[in-house]
Design a protein around this ligand. Sequence first.
Ligand code: 4G1
Length: 244
Amino acid sequence: MRIDVLTLFPEMFHGVLGTSIIGRAIENKILDINLVNIRDFAKNRHKQTDDYPYGGGPGMVMSPQPLFDAFYHVLDKSSSARVIYFTPQGKTLRQEMARDYAKMSHLILLCGHYEGVDQRVIDRFVDEEISIGDYILTGGELPAMVFIDCVSRLIPGVLGSSQSVEEESFSEGLLEYPHYTRPQVYEGFKVPEVLLSGNHKEIEEWRKKESLRNTLKKRPDLLKDVDLTLEERKIIDELKRGKL
Ligand code: 4G1
């Protein structure tokens, strides 16, 4: 997958893209991430990329000229690219959306700053607007990095087989069960006996129950989107009644 990122702060991406899983995917040519500095396309004398808003009011707006030219630079003939603008006005990113994006061959990500970009840039180039959540940020770079991380790990070959825990629990729409590793006892805190038993059926049942318990307790909202088996419904009923 090719990802072009249009940003005023390409350096912000270096840490994330050079590190571990995403870095390896780039080395292995599964991912081709092209950081484009919008400022490089500014034609005015001071390389200014923002200006005052028409109609007045606070803040600055990203100017159309550097952005139009940056888009023409990355759009080169291959018009199959999907253009995503990160904005609090967008649809909130969800795992199902990430799965769809992971299948695409070319994405162009636009990161805003100040009050955002001139509306004509959105009208001319943007296919979809995405948000990563409802809070205030200084720019779209962190959302773009969250998106790259979330989508990249779903591209075949990006995760190694041992990391391929994949979407285990999230794809089922539930939270994870508790995890333990060595040692068996640490500062008096014990690993649940069942996990040491070697009884795979019992372990599986315990994990399912704990996963349901966690979801019911911490994120009951998730349960409405899950197809539960009859067995799982029974467990939930018992959890609710305080048994188990
Ligand atoms: C009004 C949050 C403004 C922020 C309402 C999540 C936030 C991009 C995102 C803002 C941004 C709310 C995101 C706000 C984001 C232009 C540059 C917009 C930064 C900007 C709830 C500032 N997911 N925010 N405005 O944060 O880009 O994608």
